[in-house]
Design a protein around this ligand. Sequence first.
Ligand SMILES: [Zn+2]
Length: 108
Amino acid sequence: MPNFCAAPNCTQKSTQSDLPFFRFPRDPARYQKWVENCRRADLEDKTPDQLNKHYRLCAKHFETSMICRTSPYRTVLRDNADPEDLHYSFSFFAPWCHLVQHTLKGEH
Ligand SMILES: [Zn+2]
């Protein structure tokens, strides 16, 4: 079974690329932050255990400084790493960025 990224609008699958995927943390303070940043209502009533077992986020949603490659086969997140706010990075910010870049290119 490939892993799917839990972020809204992210279509990364573990079989398609060598991007690392990270499980949801079990730590209550942290998993809530992850759920919050995912902005997915359906994740809000999952238990930390369910999230940890079944949901993952791909490395695209983390700052590169938060990701450590401990060996060629193993990539881990730093203990305090939280994903970026996915609502901003996908639904709002990314399309907006794209539009601006497009407009700027058109002017030159
Ligand atoms: Zn993703």
